[in-house]
Design a protein around this ligand. Structure first.
Ligand code: DC
Length: 232
């Protein structure tokens, strides 16, 4: 691949629909899909697997220095590996969600994973990649031609997340989500759009309407004539 793929950068908080929407947009447009949260989750899993605590920054750095992480870009083949361990399901468990902020707040970890993300995208066998996370529009790919902040009202995000985690108490899920938002937003601000970033608020949109809204933003960015027509 000689040309850098076209990057669609999508940020947003947990429960905004960011992951499922980004994946489906990639599928419909034939783009690659990179879920950057999975790398932070896999590192948190790795720290726990080594019997350490993610609150211990030295333990996090030691785990990050020996982190055989692999993730593909195919939106239909979403395996996440740490060494030989398939952690695809395990990284979604509440024990990992509860530990992940500990790794995400370490600046050296962020530099390391961001370098890995840029390499994965540069080597992609896709014409374009939807890269989804918290700081993609601002840090990982601030020059991306499409930058979107996908938001939703806090109570709607909590209800969506509780619906995803069947069998877990809805109140506890909401409390955990708000706690994680508070910790994570102290590290990167994913609740306000940086200049030039388009906000798509999914509070009153269903899944398909949200996808249509995101694809409309992508099409506008990819087609300068359309942009001219929209603005004047
Ligand atoms: O999107 P998610 O819930 O899978 O993200 C997991 C964690 O990783 C979350 O606590 C925030 C963090 N994260 C981050 O700090 N920066 C990113 N680009 C993506 C995720």
């Amino acid at each position: 691949m000689t040309e850098t793929p076209f990057i669609v950068a999508i940020d947003g908080p947990a429960g905004s629909g960011k992951s499922s929407v980004s994946k489906e947009v990639a599928r419909r447009l034939g783009f690659g899909y990179l879920d950057t949260g999975a790398a932070y989750r896999a590192l948190a899993w790795h720290v726990l697997d080594r019997g350490a605590d993610t609150a211990d920054e030295d333990a996090v750095l030691a785990a990050a220095a020996d982190f055989p992480f692999a993730q593909g870009l195919d939106p239909d083949e979403r395996r996440v590996l740490v060494g030989d361990a398939d952690v695809t399901a395990a990284i979604r468990e509440p024990r990992v969600s509860g530990a992940v902020s500990g790794v995400a707040r370490v600046p050296a970890v962020r530099v390391q994973v961001n370098d890995a993300f840029r390499r994965i995208v540069a080597d992609a066998a896709y014409p374009a990649v939807v890269v989804e996370g918290r700081d993609i529009t601002t840090v990982v790919a601030p020059d991306a031609p499409v930058r979107i902040l996908l938001t939703a009202a806090p109570e709607i995000r909590a209800a969506r997340r509780a619906g995803e985690l069947e069998g877990h108490d809805a109140g506890a899920v909401a409390a955990a989500l708000h706690r994680r938002d508070a910790t994570d937003s102290a590290v990167v601000d994913f609740l306000t759009a940086a200049p030039g970033v388009e906000v798509v608020d999914s509070s009153d949109l269903d899944f398909n309407q949200t996808i249509d809204a995101v694809i409309a933003v992508i099409r506008r960015a990819a087609s300068p004539q359309q942009q001219g027509a929209d603005h004047g």
